[in-house]
Structure formats: structure tokens, C-alpha cells
Design a protein around this ligand. Structure first.
Ligand SMILES: [Zn+2]
Length: 410
């Protein structure tokens, strides 16, 4: 079947499969911000957008943006899209679904020659997952005018600075700090749920009410390396044993907090030898929750607990904040509009919070913003087993199209 004869949902599923080939680590899907795979994926996205006569380009932050003009040239824009970077060994739907669905919605309008009151701007953000550089959501932050000083000086693990990587990618690092999107009146992101709620309730779609806030810290513990045979237990300053206790402390505090989750997901140990007491560790701490105040209290408690463990064990602890995002309550009018669109296509509009962070919470600082969730198999994401059905994809496209058509600037 040629692409033209496929239903929009089948075509979208086929494109998502094809898009998964853009990876830095085949056969796994790993597409990090500003990598070679990201560059090739962005080029393909632009090529697809141009097939529908859209102007598409790489913006200064490395996002792909494409504009579908409204009935009146220069009309304010409703922006729709998601991200096209992935975690390491990720799935093909997280982010990519929303970016390519945005393109599918506009292609359908373009095919019918249908122009709306607002222009539609499609975005494929480049940096949602925050895998390559310490701080994340560079693309949406740039739109919202939230790039902080020193942002471009961040380095990846190989010592490559974001400034150089962005320039090589075709972005414009010198324009980044001054960026702020003009004429964008609302933002909507379609995304897989990444949780099991919709599947458990037999629903294809969900409307997001709020997005959890998150704090990330980089912890370094310095003890004293020594001979694993010769140094008696009482005289050790074992950085790894201290870290083990700290990790359990993080877990304990999160369990005590209502709605909170906390994770230590990365740990490096030096020198990392079987017969040497660990002299140094570096690990990540992440705390999330739907309400900012309890989350901040938990972060403060964790810091105090870890300091106490360090003092007791004679090691030194450094905690550096690497990411801070407040919880975002989705815009009530967008929530109402998405709910109406879901209802209009014969589905139950179920409201649910998002446990994962999204570009939407950053875009919400620029303009009213909201999200539509699609059921995913087993609630699994950040995993090659990520899965959605073509039937759900069809419903998602129908709801998003309905929302876009009915959207009015207020
Ligand atoms: Zn995502």
C-alpha cells in the first residue's frame, strides 16, 4: 500500500516504525539531544513536513518547527508537538508519537485545504529526556524565554559543551538566551501515558490535569580508598557503604511522603576494583510529586539525612542541584477543550495527573498548555517494549484534530 492510500493512523504507525531507525546505538533506539541520530531524525521530520507544503526548519535551540498558516496570514498560533529525543534503549512512542501526530493532524488539514482561525505550529523538541546534558528541556525553555546563564557551558560525559554541539547541529547558540516564542497562544502535547491507569480502566485516551514537579540532585561522596585486606573495618571511610545507607535514606523518606516518589538511578564508584575500598561515589537523586511544597520539604529532609550519614561515617558529601521543575497545573480551558474533543469522538474524558515530566510544564510558563494521553501497553515506557495500538492512535488523532478545529483564542 502506498502511503497516500493508508489511513492517517496506519501511516503514523508506519512512520513511527521508520523513525525508530534513527538511533545512535543500533539495534537499540538511543537518540540523544544534538547527536548524529537526532540530526538525521530532524532532517527526516523536515522532509515529511515539506511534502505537505509546510515551512519547516531547525530553530536556534535545535527544535524542528513547522508552520501551517491560518486563514489569515500571520495569525496567532496554536502549537502542538512533543519531543524526538529518547532515553538510552528507549521505545519508539515516547515523544515521537506526539511530534509525528502533530504532523499527521496538519497534513490532514493541508490535504483538505482547510485553514483555521489560528495558525498551527508543529514542534519536535530536541531535549526532553535530559540524558546527554545535566539540565534538560532546552528547547521548550528557549521558547518560554527561560534559558539561564551558563546553560550552554554544560558538558556531556565526553566533555563536549552544549554550545559546540548545538552549533554543529545547525542551531544558533548565540541566539538562545534571547529567544522567546512570539504569537504562540496555546500549546498542546499528545503523549503516551507512561503509566497503567488508562489500560486498567479500558480507556484509550486521558486528559492530563497536572504534571508532577521534580528536583534532581547530583551527589558526590568522598571517603578514603584503601586496601580491602589491610584496612580494618573500624578505620574505614568507605564511600560506597555510606552511599548504600544514603540510598536507603532517600527511599525511606519518599515512602513516608504522600504522593512522593524518589529514585537513585545512577551510581558511579571509584576506583571500582574488587580489592579496593571505594574512595568516591557519584550518584543521582530525583524526587517528584504533584505538589511543590511537600516535595521541597522532602528534598530538604533528604539533604539533612544524607549529611548526618556522611558525618557519622567520616565521609564528605556534596549535593548539587541539577534540575528543578515546579508542578504544573494544566490550563483549565485547555483541559476543558481536550475533554470536549475526547467526548465529541465518543470517548470518556478521563482526567489524570502525569507522573512524568514533560515539555508542557515549561510551555505552560509561556502560554496556556495541556496534554492528551494515549494508553500504552502495561504502562511501560523508557523501554523497547513500549507499545500502542493503531486503533488508539486513530482515536488520538481524531481527538487532537477535533481540538485543533474547535480551538478559539480567548
Ligand atoms: Zn516523553
Amino acid at each position: 500500500m502506498t502511503h497516500e492510500l493508508m489511513s492517517p493512523a496506519r501511516r503514523l504507525m508506519a512512520r513511527l516504525d521508520a523513525f525508530a531507525a534513527f538511533t545512535d546505538d543500533p539495534p537499540k533506539l538511543t537518540r540523544l539531544y544534538l547527536s548524529d541520530a537526532h540530526r538525521r531524525a530532524a532532517a527526516q521530520f523536515i522532509a515529511w513536513a515539506r511534502e505537505s507544503g509546510l515551512e519547516a526548519r531547525i530553530d536556534p535551540a535545535g527544535n524542528v518547527v513547522a508552520r501551517y498558516e491560518g486563514a489569515r496570514a500571520g495569525a496567532p498560533a496554536l502549537m502542538i508537538g512533543s519531543h524526538i529525543d529518547t532515553v538510552r534503549d528507549g521505545g519508539r512512542y515516547d515523544g515521537n508519537l506526539g511530534a509525528l501526530a502533530a504532523l499527521a493532524v496538519v497534513e490532514d488539514l493541508a490535504r483538505r485545504g482547510e485553514r483555521l482561525e489560528t495558525a498551527i505550529e508543529i514542534v519536535a523538541f530536541g531535549d526532553e529526556e535530559g540524558v546527554r546534558f545535566p539540565r534538560t528541556m532546552t528547547g521548550s525553555r528557549a521558547f518560554a524565554g527561560l534559558i539561564e546563564e551558563g546553560w550552554l557551558e554544560q558538558e556531556d560525559v565526553e566533555g563536549v559543551r552544549m554550545r559546540e554541539a548545538l552549533a554543529a547541529f545547525g542551531g544558533a547558540p548565540d541566539q538562545l538566551a534571547a529567544m522567546r516564542a512570539v504569537g504562540v497562544v496555546a500549546f498542546v502535547e499528545l503523549h503516551i501515558e507512561q503509566g497503567p491507569a488508562l489500560e486498567a480502566e479500558g480507556l484509550a485516551l486521558g486528559v492530563v490535569s497536572a504534571i508532577n514537579g521534580a528536583t534532581r540532585l547530583a551527589a558526590t561522596v568522598v571517603g578514603l580508598a584503601g586496601h580491602a585486606g589491610a584496612v580494618p573495618m573500624a578505620l574505614r571511610r568507605d564511600a560506597l557503604a555510606a552511599t548504600a545507607e544514603m540510598i536507603l535514606g532517600v527511599e525511606r523518606r519518599a515512602r513516608a511522603g504522600d504522593e512522593l516518589v524518589a529514585t537513585v538511578g545512577r551510581l558511579d564508584v571509584e576506583p571500582g576494583a574488587v580489592n579496593v575500598i571505594a574512595g568516591l561515589t557519584r550518584f543521582s537523586i530525583e524526587v517528584r510529586g504533584p505538589r511543590d511544597e511537600p516535595r521541597r520539604r522532602a528534598v530538604a529532609d533528604i539533604a539533612a539525612e544524607l549529611e548526618a550519614i556522611a558525618a557519622r561515617r567520616g565521609v564528605t558529601l556534596t549535593l548539587a542541584p541539577t534540575h528543578e521543575a515546579g508542578a504544573y497545573i494544566c490550563d483549565p480551558k485547555i483541559v476543558a477543550g481536550l475533554s470536549a474533543a475526547v467526548q465529541a469522538i465518543g470517548q470518556t474524558p478521563r482526567l489524570l495527573p502525569s507522573g512524568a515530566g514533560h515539555d508542557t510544564m515549561i510551555m505552560g510558563q509561556l502560554c496556556p498548555a495541556g496534554m492528551l494521553f494515549v494508553r500504552c501497553k502495561g504502562g511501560v515506557s523508557h523501554n523497547p517494549a513500549e507499545s500502542i495500538t493503531e486503533a488508539d492512535c486513530e482515536l488520538a488523532l481524531a481527538a487532537l484534530t477535533r481540538f485543533v478545529r474547535d480551538f478559539r483564542i480567548v
